[in-house]
Every structure is written in C-alpha cells, then in structure tokens.
Ligand binder design. Structure first.
Ligand code: PEP
Ligand code: MN
Length: 337
C-alpha cells in the first residue's frame, strides 16, 4: 500500500502517520519513507489487508492512498493460475469441462420436477436445479414447497442419478439440506451480502454457489465469496445480471464481470441467462455469449410446461435445451482450448 502525503507535510505529521500504522499492526521495518518534494510517500510492505484506505485518507496530512495488493488476494490467479474446480458427489468437476445446471425455477410437484428433470437429463445437463424455498418479491406469490420440495429433489436425484442444487434462504433450514443431501447449496442474489449467512456457509463441508447480487459490485461480490472461501474451499460463483434503467429488460447479464473474474481469479463461474434476461427468447443466445466470455457453465431454467409454471415461466425454456447444449459444448471447446 502506498500513502502519499500532502505537499509540505512536516516531519511531526509524518511521524504521526507512522505511529498510526504501527498501532494498526504494521512493523516498523515494513514502512519505507521516501522523502520527496513536494510529496513524501510511505510504502507499506507485508499484509496490509487490515488497513482501511478510507481511514488513512481522512487523516489531515494524507493526499491519497493507493492499494497495491488485491483485497481478495487468496482468490487471485496468482495462487491457482489454472483455476480451481469444485467436485460434486458423482465426480463431476465444476471448472473442468462444461457444466450445465438446469431445471425448473421452483419445485411445484413431484410430477413436474420429474418431467422437467427427465428433459434436462436427456439433453445432457450435469446438475438438476429446483427451488424449494423461493425468495419471492410478493408475499402473495408462490413461495415454494419447503421441505416437501427438498424431498422431491432427493427422490428425483436418486431416480435419475443427478446431483441437485437448491437455494438456502435461512440458516435454520441447513439441517434439512443435509438430511436431503443437497449437493450444492445456492445462496441467491438477495443474500449475496447477508454476511452472517455467508459466515455459516464457510463452516459447511459442501459446495456453495454464490450468486452476485443485482446491485453488488464485482469487488464486493468477490469479498463476499472470500468470506465463504476462507473456511470452505468449495465455492462456485454465478453471474445472474442486475437491474437496468431500461424497461425492456428485467435484468442485464453482466458479461464484463465474467471476463474480468476469469482473467484474474481462480474460482469457477457459472452464468445464469434466465434471471440475467427474464426473457425466454434471450436464454439461448445469452448462454452462448456467457460461455464465449469464458464461463465454466450455465444455469438455465427449464420447465416441462413453461406456460403453466408457478414461478419464472416467462424465462423458462423446454425442449430448446436439446439444441442448446451441443452448441454450448462447441463454443466451450473453441474458447477453452
Ligand atoms: C433462482 O435461481 O431461483 C433465483 C431466485 O435466482 P436469483 O437469486 O439470482 O434471483
Ligand atoms: Mn427463477
């Protein structure tokens, strides 16, 4: 970290900043002073993660603070240049080869889940999705079947041999997620910065997929992922887009984030073009674009009868997934090789 002092800062003021750094845990030998005219600069070596730029910038004698090391250092490619993978119970590795997660937005009944799962399995998806606890904006909307939904997911998992992913919205449900052996715990966009929930995910020995919150910046998002990663290495990222001023789109899928994350960080990342657009017709082209941007896979809402879906029918596809997966495989091969 570099602290640039204001022009003509006195020796007394310089010493005050140094004293503050030492108080904040920086060793004296890690503070390098370059006395210049008009600016004196302090170079701070070692672990500076606990120092707050904002705090130092409020000091009277400080002109600006420049952070050199990434606040999410452990997630950078420097530590894992080839990227990390997350292995599922059936041996499938997210981050190695294309991953397709597909299934209905919500589990509505055993029959609806099984029918939808058969479609995605036959099309070649690797993981079955389905929400049992739905974070709905309106209290009058379908909220999910709760434990009954988890039961159906576990049943279909056994019948078709597919790992399952479902969203956890409340830590009190974790026991049930363990009971029904949920393969990947999804933390949804709305809970992306629910820090106490994230801290609990750090204690879990199970893959966790963290979605980016609609209004959460990429750095804030990576810091949220880091919270889980510090205790639980099985972290998968998911870009699901964010709000836009344009009424034509429900959300805009932020592929810049995918490119940036893949270039600089080692965690696998999935794109969700269903929530990322909100429009059925956009799902296939945006899936292709996501893989072209370097994502490790897609998460797509597929319903056996989208017209009748109780949740997110407008963005759910059906048989279209059969043509889509081979296309994604082709693009993946082109981009990743
Ligand atoms: C979902 O995947 O079902 C979901 C609710 O997504 P998000 O958290 O991205 O809105
Ligand atoms: Mn949905």
């Amino acid at each position: 970290m570099i602290i640039q002092l204001k022009p003509k800062t006195t020796e007394k003021e310089l010493q005050r900043v140094i004293k503050r750094l030492i108080k904040d845990g920086i060793e004296k030998e890690n503070i390098e002073v370059i006395r210049g005219d008009p600016h004196t600069v302090l170079g701070i070596k070692g672990d500076t993660r606990k120092l707050s730029e904002d705090h130092y910038e409020t000091l009277e004698s400080v002109y600006q603070v420049i952070r050199i090391s990434d606040p999410c250092k452990e997630l950078t490619k420097y530590f894992h240049p080839k990227g990390t993978t997350v292995e599922l119970s059936n041996g499938h590795k997210i981050g190695e080869g294309l991953t397709v997660i597909a299934g209905p937005c919500a589990v509505e009944s055993y029959k609806q889940l099984l029918e939808s799962a058969k479609i995605v399995k036959k099309a070649g998806a690797n993981v079955l999705r389905g929400g049992a606890y739905k974070p709905r904006t309106s209290p009058d909307s379908f909220q999910g079947l709760g434990e009954e939904g988890l039961k159906y997911l576990a049943k279909v998992k056994k019948e078709l041999g597919m790992p399952i992913i479902t969203e956890l919205t409340d830590i009190r449900d974790l026991k049930l997620f363990e009971k029904y052996d949920v393969d990947i715990i999804q933390i949804g966009a709305r809970n992306c910065q629910n820090f106490r929930l994230l801290d609990e995910m750090a204690k879990v020995d199970r893959p966790v997929m963290l979605k980016r919150g609609s209004e959460v910046s990429v750095t804030e998002y990576l810091l949220a992922a880091l919270r889980i990663y510090r205790g639980n290495r099985k972290v998968i990222l998911c870009e699901r887009g964010g709000k836009t001023h344009d009424p034509k789109h429900r959300n805009v899928l932020n592929l810049n984030n995918v490119v940036y994350i893949k270039q600089n960080y080692h965690l696998p990342i999935i794109v969700d073009p269903s929530h990322g657009s909100g429009i059925r017709k956009s799902v296939a082209p945006l899936s292709c674009a996501g893989i072209a941007a370097g994502a490790d896979g897609v998460m797509i809402e597929v319903h056996c009868n989208p017209e009748e879906a109780l949740c997110d029918g407008d963005q759910s596809i059906d048989g279209e997934i059969f043509d889509l997966i081979p296309k994604l495989e082709q693009i993946y091969r082109l981009v990743q090789n």
